[in-house]
Design a protein around this ligand. Structure first.
Ligand SMILES: [Zn+2]
Length: 121
């Protein structure tokens, strides 16, 4: 009759000196990614309501200014010129280019020369 061997000492469930850190490859939830900031530099928030200079608050320099209007021929200008040329009389072709109401009015800030917006007829 042999002596029963002593039961092995109970192994500790927590192995000392061995700590597994939580995985770090998971992106932090709730952190706002900084890459979604989109600055709309080409889309002015101000829509001119006329082709005349308007007093507005410049979205660029935030100064109350009276816009500088630079008129440019628009698509309708060329269309009216084409209609005049084809159906009415060709000497009148230049008329739409001389009429402000047939042209786009680009508003600019006289303070910082920022593009404000375009009023199109
Ligand atoms: Zn400005």
């Amino acid at each position: 009759m042999s002596h029963p061997q002593a039961p092995p000492p109970p192994y500790s469930q927590a192995v000392p000196g061995y700590y597994q850190p939580p995985p770090q490859h998971m992106p932090a939830q709730g952190a706002a990614p900084a890459t979604t900031v989109i600055i709309h530099t080409t889309t002015p928030s101000f829509t001119p309501i006329s082709n005349d200079p308007a007093t507005i608050t410049c979205p660029s320099c935030h100064a109350v200014v009276r816009t500088t209007v630079i008129r440019q021929p628009s698509t309708s200008t060329h269309l009216w010129a084409l209609i005049l040329c084809l159906f009415i009389c060709w000497p009148c072709v230049c008329v739409p280019y001389c009429m402000d109401s047939c042209q786009n009015a680009n508003h600019y800030c006289p303070n910082c020369n920022a593009y404000i917006g375009t009023y199109s007829n």
